[in-house]
Design a binder for this molecule. Sequence first.
Ligand SMILES: Cc1cc2nc3c(=O)[nH]c(=O)nc-3n(C[C@H](O)[C@H](O)[C@H](O)COP(=O)(O)OP(=O)(O)OC[C@H]3O[C@@H](n4cnc5c(N)ncnc54)[C@H](O)[C@@H]3O)c2cc1C
Length: 251
Amino acid sequence: MEPKRIKRGWMNLRIDKVIPETHDTKTLYLVDAEEGGCVFDYQPGQYLTFRFDHLEAKPIVRSYTMSSSPCQKTHIEVTVKTVPHGVVSHYLCEKVKEGDILRARGPIGRFGYDPQKNAPRLVMIGAGSGVTPFISMLREYTRNGSLAGGAPQEMILIVSYRSEEDLISWDLLQEVQQHLNVKVVVTLSRQHLAGFRFGRIDGDLLSQVLGGDFSNRTFFLCGPEGMLSALPLFLGEQGVAPTHILTESFF
Ligand SMILES: Cc1cc2nc3c(=O)[nH]c(=O)nc-3n(C[C@H](O)[C@H](O)[C@H](O)COP(=O)(O)OP(=O)(O)OC[C@H]3O[C@@H](n4cnc5c(N)ncnc54)[C@H](O)[C@@H]3O)c2cc1C
């Protein structure tokens, strides 16, 4: 087995491309400024911490999850959604340009599939920018045939966006559904639209999508605080053990 590639300390990452995703979300392609490409190994679901020395009087740090798949060695991607009055998200979505250097360290985090510990049927539940870890997991699984060295039996993504104009990575979400074991359910919380569910993700929607079968599944939740507190309670009531419920908060 190849040794794991690590880059210690703060890295300089050069912005190679800026891709508009939606009206308020961009994907940045990043490469190592000194060596080019992606020079560290990571697991889908992990994030980098970025440090900005010039945006405010004191340095500020923010984390962004890699939306790329680790099997892409040419670059990494982060997908950033502007939050209202958000200092860093506004800077990354509106101000940066190709060639700029960002300081980052990582990868960090344990929010990912572990074939040794997790049940083989994955249910990934995200809202808004909370879809990013799942984009990475789905890319890795559909392109590489495995995820973190294991092969999940099934991957179901349930994601909520506000409306049609907020659909992050829509092309990719359609593409991955061609894969036999992958299912994607999108619900819009503020717009009725043919082909989409309507409303936020709640227990009723989960029960419908899973046909009431909560067994032998691991649930990954990433989104706003309300969702992260309500859904684990519901899942507990359905008999899902806490060890099979993993959450990641973006706040
Ligand atoms: C582990 C981790 C991974 C993350 N991955 C991603 C990612 O892949 N993509 C992404 O877009 N963001 C991600 N985030 C969120 C990101 O780190 C920032 O918190 C977000 O971009 C807001 O930073 P800001 O400086 O623009 O806002 P700030 O200036 O810090 O905050 C401005 C206002 O926005 C509110 N706010 C702060 N964060 C959020 C948020 N996440 N959603 C809604 N309102 C918020 C604050 O309460 C405040 O009122 C992640 C966070 C964590 C902890």
